[in-house]
Design a protein around this ligand. Structure first.
Ligand code: NAI
Ligand code: PHE
Length: 346
């Protein structure tokens, strides 16, 4: 199984490590260094098998390569995955600190070929620890001299993307339009706040009841997690996990627009073709969710001010416009056109 993954992947390097004391399994996938050192977040969560963790790291690293290229940032693509022995909230601090120390050691071994940052299961404070030990983490807290979490910028970018994609579908005004948000974490909750300002009808879902309550207070109607893909909506905003839309879902989902933060939303490129065939406007995830990368690389590598970062996040709208135009001109899906755009920069 792992052999199949390695043989079937076009990346540069994939490291794995197991720590007997904690039971944590570490993966770093470096997909491309063509545009600069590889970069990508550290995802810490439970996986059913170690092969699933390796597959996730590889898929996410490939997507980071496309994200950096489409946003014209001078970085390659990589990703860290830490397969945890228990749910993150059940891991005590001493164990978590040991896990971070091991990950920092792996970063140091890669010696600058790969930089990490926050992702699902890690925070700006975790980046403080990784950076102190390795010097190779973006997204430290402001208290530690970093630019802070990438999530607010990612949410800004997702909002720009969903507004642009809605316009492409003929929905110039979101007032009263039904927007369904899946996942109310660091990004999803901020997207909800931004979409609320547009006057949209908000429907939201999370597996965490506390987050649902927070969204309810912001005016959202909460639905059970299993129902989101069956609801009719104007805009569907996936902000939880990837691998959500396969061919079967693409054939039946009742929405006009899909634009969200989740990485690797589509299970395969053919899903993008099916969405296009059905006239559903899809904002390719690696463009829609590039606000976080723009924030981290902009602030920490390119020395941009917060204003410059904000201007580049607004630029996500223009990049998507280019992709939609190319898709129309060539009769291809937006997903395909986005790949062509990113690959032309590699
Ligand atoms: P997070 O961990 O803060 O939030 C994820 C939320 O999804 C959690 O509240 C979780 O309970 C919920 N969730 C998980 N499974 C669910 C399900 N089946 N149904 C409903 N809710 C479910 O993560 P964050 O930072 O908000 O990221 C969300 C997604 O966006 C991830 O896929 C991440 O890789 C991606 N992303 C995040 C960026 C960032 O800057 N934080 C940047 C680019 C992409
Ligand atoms: N994990 C986030 C993403 O997928 C933010 C990030 C970007 C982290 C770039 C590191 C480097 O975009």
């Amino acid at each position: 199984m792992i052999e199949d993954l390695v043989v079937g992947w076009d990346g540069v390097l994939c490291s794995t490590r197991y720590d007997r004391e904690t039971g944590a399994f570490f993966v770093i996938a470096v997909h491309s260094r063509q545009r600069g050192p590889a970069a990508g977040g550290t995802r810490a969560m439970q996986y059913e098998t170690y092969a699933d963790a390796v597959a996730d790291a590889m898929r996410l690293a490939s997507s980071m390569t496309l994200k950096m290229a489409a946003a014209d940032l001078p970085m390659g693509g990589g990703k860290s995955v830490i397969a945890l022995p228990a749910a993150r909230h059940d891991i005590d601090d001493a164990t978590w600190q040991r896990i971070l120390a091991i990950h920092a050691e792996d970063l140091s071994i890669l010696n600058g070929s790969y930089w990490t940052g926050p992702d699902v299961g890690t925070t700006a404070e975790d980046m403080d620890v990784l950076h102190a030990a390795s010097g190779l983490a973006f997204g430290r807290s402001e208290r530690a001299g970093g630019p802070g979490s990438s999530a607010p910028s990612t949410a800004q970018g997702v909002h720009v993307a969903l507004v642009r994609a809605a316009a492409e579908a003929g929905l110039d005004d979101l007032t009263g339009r039904r927007v369904v948000i899946q996942g109310l974490g660091a990004v999803g909750m901020d997207v909800l706040r931004l979409t609320r300002k547009d006057g949209a009808e908000l429907i939201a879902s999370d597996i965490d009841e506390e987050k649902c309550e927070q969204a309810r207070e912001l005016g959202a109607t909460i639905v059970p997690p299993d129902d989101v893909l069956d609801l009719e909506s104007d805009v569907f905003v996936p902000c939880a996990m990837g691998g959500l839309i396969d061919l079967d879902v693409a054939r039946r989902i009742r929405t006009s627009v899909i634009a969200g933060a989740a990485n690797t939303i589509l299970t395969e490129p053919a899903v993008g073709d099916e969405l296009a065939r059905r006239g559903i406007v899809y904002a390719p995830d690696f463009i829609a969710n590039s606000g976080g990368a723009i924030h981290l690389v902009g602030r920490e590598v390119l020395g941009w001010s917060a204003q410059e970062v904000a201007a580049h996040i607004e630029g996500i709208g223009a990049t998507l416009g280019e992709v939609f135009e190319q898709a129309r001109a060539t009769g291809s899906s937006a997903e395909h056109a986005a790949h062509v755009l990113a690959e032309s920069r590699l």
